[in-house]
Design a protein around this ligand. Structure first.
Ligand code: BGC
Length: 975
């Protein structure tokens, strides 16, 4: 690949291009936030811009309307912006013509005066470590080496490059290497089910799973996800999500992951991955890394030429954001998806420090790194930095057939810019994962054959017949949807498990007068007015009811209409059905004894009881929704505030004003501010039901009627205001530069750690949740399993060497389109048009030729194996002191010794007041006692020393606190 070719596809190339083609448009693009006028900022904030994904949304062919409307809104906004732009343009031109002085004076014209964002704040780490260095992968790598050695260069490129958005049936597809015997791969979202598929389960969202704190359920859901993906013919599932971690409670995609703590997130991710991969499907840990908000996440999508840069220090990276990825690699995750954003001013998908250094060397990742969709921003540079697969194959523009790899990668290998060893490693890693997961077993993963396409569904149509290559000029129609039902049946119907998870992920935070659980014959006996024939229950709020247009009425679920059971975006799926709360309430209450009045709107008159009658019990439903940045609803992607939406606060206040027994149910993507009514005496109970998935109503009824204990615990803090979360907790909704810079200044202090450090009393703390019974903790025992020593064992030497291949550069003739080849428009091929290869020196990045020392924290999957040695066993007795069986989550928090000086710099190291380090959920019968044990590893008891570049267990006394939440820790011990 020539220098020019590569530059034009890199960030630098974009800048150059912008500068070279000075036009009103480019001027517009390069203004920084201080130069944008208010109107435009509002538009930016409202995010009504047409998104490339929207243009290509399968909803056009599948389910329509929501997207259509958004498209219309977008067009209107675009016209408005166009007008603003042209107005701005003329003003700019006039000023330009008016004279250079004004420009120099910088009056609203800082375009070229303002420095462009700095590059290179992330250190270089080359060359890319090779896969195949651990015993547990050795067999797969050997088999993969045999297969890859049969591949031609173009076949290797085919394995690394997607065929283009909508070019094949899945959201991501590779074309395979047929001659060598490697099939095309189907990559499909996502974290809570199979996106764009029929007859598949819509599982509870990650945040609900986090709220269960139940490791077994986390695994089982993973298993269900894996099985369904496999039966639909998916090779690579694009989940679980563990970034965003939840730095900002309003982060639009927090709900896809498991909660705002690295340990909770890491355990849930690892359990999910184990489940998925035990079914043979390759899991994807995403989004790597620090993709904490949707605003400006992606170049272009937010009308800025650059993505946001998450600026993060080394210690925070290790102790917070990297933690769940390390746990995922430790359980052998097959793929990691690099994110859209920049990290320390270097695009996450071409950040050599993060991909080569941290992921592949330090964490010993043996699988392949795939880009998020169009997150790849450079050609050669990203290959050198450690990216192994580009998805969906398109380069800087959706579906134009112009990849940054594909033929360009072929050329880059042929002209020596990308070392042949790198392309070999890229292909090898992918094939090795395929063997490692057993996908060579053709009974489980049938090879796609002519006339029998795999997968057995199409992302682009609901009809039986459809195009195999939707975005191309191939009009042939074939059977693309087999409508294979993968939801299980009878006892194995996956909805049962989905219901169990949703119920356990429902958090009861207030239960005055023990109003819950309800009795099917009415409210609790003591609230019942026996003079009346029937007990009157009023059900209020749109969220209790079904969408008359069906649960999938809005494309990608990008609206908050009627009952809310999922956020929106690529993490959402088509509901096969969605049980609304009202249906479950109606079927659970004994209608001979209970009169239900439904008022399924948020628009309630003040004197509603005059209209609808006095109620003995009122159940009010409210919501708060958010989702992925390519779509928006009501100007929301990230939540800029955390209040209930659609007038939820007013609804609760109105109902509670005339109903002495009010129960509030909140369906939400995360924390919601409850302050406007939480202390009202009539608000007796509050249930945070998160995002329950398809069995919403049934799961809720299980909890409301006490068929199961209320055993969910908060996976995030519910503050009293957004400011309670600190300055770092706010979404950056207006760009602070042409490449927005977001400094993670709060370091480790996110969510409850911030509240604890600043003595802020939350409304409900992280880990909190009520049960229908009561528990006590006693008899805490800390046992030393291994003594304290500052450093882990030395990094173990590699026992296995990566396979080797010939390093001869192949004859370019072998890479040219075969004679008579029928090219489809926009389909991405690896072939070149001719064999002329230009040889120009490639400008390797500074530091490219300096081999990096291996990380002392590496040497095993997830890092140095000694980091996972267990040093302390924590055991505690938990007694159920109530009258019924219930479940308690035993939470273990660690406070580090005070006055720790760093081993290398001598500087004082600060720690969070306490940090969650482990948990176990136990089911205990009334009056019984169970002993629960949680072991703490070296890593749990260490901090990341930046100077030492290693985990260090400090000297001094650790406090281990055990209890029912981050602020209810009755037992403490020292170690
Ligand atoms: C999302 C990813 C998703 C991909 C494919 C991107 O917009 O960020 O999470 O896997 O699209 O749909």
């Amino acid at each position: 690949m020539t220098r020019e070719a590569d530059l034009s596809s890199s960030r630098e190339g974009l800048l150059k291009h912008g500068a070279a083609t000075l036009s009103c448009d480019s001027l517009d693009n390069y203004r920084s936030s201080s130069e944008l006028d208010l109107d435009e900022l509002e538009l930016l904030e409202g995010q009504t811009s047409p998104r490339p994904r929207g243009e290509w949304s399968p909803s056009k062919r599948k389910k329509d309307n929501g997207k259509e409307n958004e498209h219309k809104r977008a067009q209107k906004a675009k016209r408005k912006r166009g007008w603003l732009r042209s107005k701005t343009c003329w003003v700019v031109s006039a000023i330009l013509l008016g004279g250079l002085l004004v420009l120099m004076g910088g009056f609203k014209m800082f375009v070229y005066k303002k420095p462009q964002p700095m590059d290179g704040l992330s250190p270089p780490w080359y060359p890319s470590p090779k896969g195949g260095t651990y015993l547990q992968w050795q067999k797969s790598y050997l088999m993969a080496a045999t297969l890859v050695s049969k591949m031609s260069l173009v076949e290797k490129v085919n394995v690394t490059t997607g065929t283009g958005w909508a070019s094949d049936l899945c959201v991501g597809n590779t074309a395979g290497a047929f001659d060598a015997g490697f099939p095309p791969l189907c990559l499909q979202d996502g974290p809570l089910g199979i996106r764009f598929a029929d007859h598949a389960t819509a599982w509870p969202a990650g945040i609900t799973v986090g709220a269960t704190w139940n490791k077994d359920l986390m695994y089982k859901r993973g298993r269900g996800l894996g099985l369904e993906h496999r039966l639909k013919g998916v090779n690579v599932m694009l989940g679980p999500a563990m970034g965003p971690l939840g730095r900002m409670p309003g982060g639009g995609r927090n709900w896809e992951g498991f909660g705002s703590d690295p340990v909770l997130q890491g355990i849930a991710a690892a359990q999910t991955i184990r489940g998925i991969q035990d079914e043979g499907v390759i899991a994807t840990a995403k989004h790597y890394i620090a993709n904490e908000q949707e605003h400006f996440r992606q170049a272009g999508e937010w009308e800025l030429p650059h993505a946001i840069s998450s600026n993060i220090d080394d210690r925070t990276l290790h102790e917070l954001y990297l933690w769940p990825f390390a746990d995922s690699i430790r359980v052998g995750v097959g793929s990691v998806m690099c994110s859209y954003n920049m990290v320390n001013s270097s695009s996450a998908c071409s950040n050599s420090k993060l991909l080569n250094g941290v992921l592949k060397d330090e964490l010993g990742f043996q699988g392949f790194v795939q880009s998020d969709w169009l997150a790849q921003r450079s050609g050669v540079a990203s290959a050198l930095a450690g990216l192994d697969m580009t998805m969906p194959g398109d380069g800087l523009i959706w579906a134009d057939g112009q990849s940054l790899w594909g033929p360009r990668l072929t050329e880059a290998v042929l002209n020596g810019s990308v070392p042949i060893e790198r392309i070999n490693d890229m292909a090898l890693r992918t094939v090795a994962v395929w063997y490692q997961l057993g996908q060579d077993n053709q009974t489980l993963f049938p090879i796609p054959l002519e006339g029998n396409p795999r997968p057995n569904f199409s992302s682009w149509t609901n009809d039986k017949m459809g195009h195999l290559h939707e975005s191309t000029d191939d009009d042939t129609m074939v059977v693309v949807n087999n409508f294979t039902d993968v939801q299980g049946d009878g006892k194995n119907f996956h909805g049962r498990l989905a219901q169990e998870i949703a119920a356990e992920g429902t958090v009861l935070v207030k239960n005055g007068d023990n109003i819950l659980p309800l009795s099917p014959s009415g409210g609790p006996e003591h609230t019942r007015d026996r003079r009346r024939a029937k007990y009157n229950v009023g059900v209020f709020g749109e969220d209790a009811g079904p969408n008359p247009k069906g649960p999938n009425a809005c494309a990608d679920r990008s609206c908050n209409d009627f009952t809310l059971a999922s956020g929106w975006g690529s993490g959402a799926v088509e509901f096969p059905f969605l049980t609304p709360p009202i249906e479950a309430l109606e079927s659970t209450f004994d209608l001979d004894q209970v009169q239900i009045t439904q008022v399924l709107t948020n628009d309630l008159p003040d004197d509603w009881s005059a209209v609808h009658g006095t109620q003995d019990l009122c159940i009010v439903f409210i919501t708060s929704d958010a989702g992925e940045g390519f779509a928006s609803w009501n100007h929301i992607t990230d939540r800029i505030d955390l209040y209930p939406q659609k007038g939820g606060d007013d609804l609760v206040k109105k109902v509670a004003a005339s109903c002495a027994n009010t129960i509030v149910i909140v369906h939400a993507v995360g924390a919601v501010i409850l302050e406007r009514w939480i202390d009202l005496p009539n608000v007796k109970a509050v249930v945070l039901a998160n995002l329950p998935g398809e069995e919403s109503g049934n799961a809720l009824a299980d909890v409301l009627f006490g068929r199961v204990d209320a055993s969910g615990r908060l996976p995030y803090t519910v503050g009293k205001s957004l400011s309670d979360y600190g300055p770092g907790g706010k979404i950056m909704a207006k760009p602070n530069g042409v490449a927005p810079q977001q400094d993670f200044n709060e370091g480790l202090l996110i969510d409850y750690r911030h509240f604890d450090a600043n003595s802020i009393t939350p409304r409900y703390e992280f880990g909190f949740g009520l049960s229908y019974t009561t528990f006590t903790f006693s008899d805490l025992k800390l046992k030393t399993l291994k003594p304290k020593t500052p450093l882990p064992s030395p990094r173990p030497n590699a026992t296995v060497l990566p396979p080797t291949f010939s390093t001869l550069i192949p004859d370019p003739e072998t890479a040219v389109f075969p004679a008579g080849f029928r090219k489809l428009k926009n389909y991405i091929y690896p072939y070149l048009d001719n064999s002329t290869i230009k040889h120009e020196p490639y400008p390797y990045p500074p530091g490219y030729n300096t081999a990096q020392p291996l990380s002392p924290a590496g040497g095993g999957e997830g890092g140095n194996p000694s980091l996972y040695d267990e040093h302390v066993s924590v055991s505690v007795n938990v007694t159920n002191t109530g009258k019924r069986t219930g479940k308690q989550v035993v939470q273990v928090y660690v406070s580090f010794p005070s006055d720790v000086a760093d081993v290398s710099t001598g500087r004082k190291i600060d720690f969070p007041v306490r940090a969650l380090r482990g948990f176990e959920k136990a089911e205990i019968n009334a009056t019984e006692t169970t002993t629960v044990e949680v072991n703490l590893t070296r890593k749990d008891l260490s901090y990341w020393s930046v100077g030492r570049q290693n985990w260090v267990m400090p000297d001094g006394e650790f406090t281990v606190a055990v209890g029912a939440s981050s602020r209810d820790l009755p037992l403490q011990g020292s170690w």
